[in-house]
Design a protein around this ligand. Structure first.
Ligand SMILES: C[S@@+](CC[C@H](N)C(=O)[O-])C[C@H]1O[C@@H](n2cnc3c(N)ncnc32)[C@H](O)[C@@H]1O
Length: 197
């Protein structure tokens, strides 16, 4: 646990523009965000920016036996940690802005849910747009995309821009109440029916 936190901080210090957080997500936030993972059938779930795996375990806890869980992580230190600590997780090192191509290389063309831990509010608008377009391109009809935003930062330009972009990219965006049991407290967005135009 301590070593997980140490790795998170070390990678965050090395690459603040990609990690954008002071701590991994809490189990409470992880459970709520993983609620979009279907409990039946053989769903495919893709996780963006798993970091040290705080959301990965909650996703795995819900995933039925026939399900598949792939995780796209950019940072090589995080990838090494995940491969050592969560050997059951199918980790692909790469950039979420190349999601469609990365999944195609793994033989996956459509997914039932995309769970994101990416630090959207610190991304430039162009990158936000590219990744959301890729997400919309791989979601199966009826699939869901979910992510979170820190409550204290909702007024920041990048966070406001991201929230507006969600409304452009999805027909439905539902915002949760604040999840207080997280550092810092956060809200969850659940988005369905991508606008692919
Ligand atoms: C805030 S951390 C979240 C970690 C974890 N999901 C959590 O909730 O605790 C963001 C993670 O996204 C990764 N990341 C940032 N940009 C990325 C990109 N373009 N593609 C894939 N992963 C990225 C970072 O390396 C980092 O591990």
């Amino acid at each position: 646990m301590l070593s997980t936190y140490r790795i998170f901080l070390e990678r965050a210090a090395r690459n603040p523009g990609a990690v954008g957080a002071v701590a991994p997500s809490s189990p409470a936030l992880a459970r709520e965000i993983a609620a979009v993972v279907p409990r039946t059938g053989s769903p495919t779930v893709v996780e963006l920016g798993p970091g040290t795996g705080a959301l990965s375990t909650a996703i795995a806890d819900r995933l039925p036996a026939g399900g598949r869980h792939l995780a796209i992580e950019l940072d090589d230190g995080m990838v090494e940690h995940l491969r050592g600590e969560l050997p059951w997780l199918d980790v692909i090192q790469g950039d979420a802005s190349q999601l469609g191509a990365l999944l195609a290389d793994a033989g996956v063309h459509q997914v039932d849910a995309v769970v994101s831990g990416l630090p959207w509010s610190i991304f430039p608008g162009k990158l936000q747009h590219e990744i959301l377009r890729e997400v919309g391109g791989v979601l199966r009809p009826g699939g869901a995309f979910t992510t979170f935003a820190y409550a204290h930062a909702l007024g920041m330009a990048g966070a406001r821009q991201f929230r507006r972009r969600l409304d452009v990219c999805f027909d439905e965006v539902v915002t949760s109440r604040t999840v207080w049991r997280n550092v810092p407290p956060a809200r969850i967005y659940v988005c369905r029916r991508p606008n692919l135009s």
